[in-house]
Design a protein around this ligand. Structure first.
Ligand SMILES: [Zn+2]
Length: 354
C-alpha cells in the first residue's frame, strides 16, 4: 500500500516537472532551441546592452515583437532631413540614418543591391517598433537583398538583420568567423542566414575580389575569415571585434568609396602600410562612428577622402563622433556628413572623378 502510494507520488512529481518544463519552453522557445542544439551557454549568460535590445525585440512567445508580417510603407522620420529616392541606373550609395549604428545601402548598375550592416534593433523605449533600416527599405520598395554584409557581430550592425531576414529574400550573406561572446543575437542572425532558402554564406578574406557587377571592383581589405587571427587584443574585447570588420573598397571608373566598418587604428596602420596610395578614395565611410581610435592622421593622408560619412546617433554613450576624429577628417580636407545631423544621404558614385 505504502509502495503504491510512493509510486503515485513519484509519477505525479514527474508529471508536474514535465508540465513546468514544457511551459518554460513554450514561453521561451529560444531556450528549447538552444537546448536542442546543445549550444546553451552556462547560466547566467552575460547579456550586454546591445544584446538586450535584440532579446527585447522578442515577445514572450518567441515571435518577433511588433514586427508586421507585411511591412507598411512608413515615411522615414529622421532627426534631420528625409530620404532622397535614388533614380537612375548608376552606382548609388545611401548612408542610412539608423541612429547609433551602421547601415549602407548600395544600388549596383546591374540592378542588384548590397546592404552593408543593418543598424540596431529598435530599443525598448523607442517610438519605432521596427528597426530604422526597415523604414528605409520599405520606402524604397526593396523586397530582396542580393548581397548582405555583416561587417562584424556587434548589435549596432546586426540588430536590424533579424527584420531583413524575416521580411526580405537574402541571396548572399557575407560574414566573419568571430563571435561576440557577450551576445546571442549574432548567432540568431547566423542561424537565420543558414535557414534562408537559397542564401549562400561567404567568409571573404583580405585580398578577395567580389564579383557583384560588371565594371565595379569590390576589394576586401580586411576581415576575419578564421578564428585564429592574431591580435594585440583578446578575442572577447570590443576592439578585437571592431578590428575584424570586413573592410571594402568599391571602385567604378574613377570613383571610389571605402567602407571601414568599425575598424580602428590598428587596422588603419596595417592598411596604410600595405596599400599606401591604393587606399585613395573619394568617399570614406568613417570607421567606428567617428571614435577617437579611428581616422588616424597617417591613414587619412593616404585615403584623401573628399567626403566623409559618419554613421552616428544623436544620443550615444560613447561620445561619438569625437572632436579628435572630426578635426583629423577636417584637416585631411574631407567634407563631413553625419547621419545624426543630415539624415540619410544618397551619394551617386558615378561622375565623382577627382
Ligand atoms: Zn558600431
Amino acid at each position: 500500500m505504502k509502495k503504491a502510494y510512493t509510486s503515485t507520488l513519484v509519477v505525479a512529481f514527474v508529471l508536474l516537472c514535465t508540465i513546468v518544463l514544457y511551459q518554460a519552453s513554450v514561453r521561451n522557445p529560444r531556450l528549447a532551441l538552444a537546448q536542442t542544439a546543445g549550444d546553451l551557454r552556462d547560466a547566467p549568460n552575460p547579456i550586454n546592452g546591445d544584446a538586450k535590445e535584440v532579446l527585447q525585440s522578442l515577445k514572450d512567445d518567441g515571435s518577433a515583437a511588433n514586427v508586421p508580417a507585411v511591412p507598411e510603407p512608413v515615411e522615414v522620420q529622421s532627426p534631420a532631413g528625409s530620404v532622397r529616392v535614388s533614380v537612375g541606373s548608376g552606382l548609388n550609395v545611401y548612408f542610412v540614418n539608423v541612429f547609433q549604428g551602421d547601415a549602407e545601402y548600395i544600388e549596383l548598375p546591374n540592378g542588384k543591391n548590397v546592404l552593408i550592416d543593418a543598424g540596431p534593433a529598435p530599443s525598448e523605449h523607442s517610438q519605432y517598433k521596427t528597426p530604422m533600416i526597415s523604414n528605409f527599405l520599405t520606402k524604397h520598395g526593396v523586397t530582396k537583398i542580393d548581397h548582405l554584409v555583416l561587417t562584424h557581430p556587434h548589435a549596432d550592425h546586426y540588430g536590424g538583420m533579424k527584420w531583413v531576414f524575416e521580411n526580405l529574400q537574402v541571396d548572399n550573406f557575407y560574414d566573419t568567423r568571430v563571435d561576440n561572446s557577450d551576445a546571442d543575437g549574432d548567432n540568431l542572425v547566423r542561424e537565420q542566414a543558414k535557414k534562408e532558402p537559397g542564401c549562400v554564406v561567404h567568409y571573404p578574406a583580405e585580398g578577395d575580389t567580389l564579383d557583384w557587377a560588371e565594371g565595379v571592383k569590390i576589394k576586401v581589405l580586411n576581415s576575419c575569415p578564421n578564428r585564429d587571427k592574431s591580435s594585440m587584443h583578446k578575442p572577447d574585447t570590443g576592439a578585437f571585434l571592431n578590428n575584424c570588420s570586413i573592410v571594402l573598397k568599391i571602385s567604378r571608373q574613377n570613383s571610389s568609396a571605402l567602407f571601414m566598418g568599425d575598424s580602428q587604428g590598428e587596422v588603419e596602420t596595417r592598411l596604410e602600410q600595405t596599400y599606401g596610395k591604393g587606399l585613395k578614395s573619394d568617399i570614406l565611410k568613417v570607421g567606428h562612428h567617428g571614435s577617437e581610435y579611428s581616422s588616424s592622421e597617417l591613414f587619412l593622408k593616404k585615403v584623401k577622402p573628399k567626403e566623409a560619412y559618419i554613421e552616428v546617433g544623436k544620443y550615444n554613450d560613447y561620445g561619438h563622433p569625437t572632436q579628435g576624429a572630426l578635426s583629423r577628417l577636417k584637416a585631411a580636407g574631407a567634407e563631413i556628413h553625419r547621419t545624426d545631423k543630415d539624415g540619410t544621404e544618397e551619394v551617386p558614385l558615378e561622375g565623382k572623378s577627382r
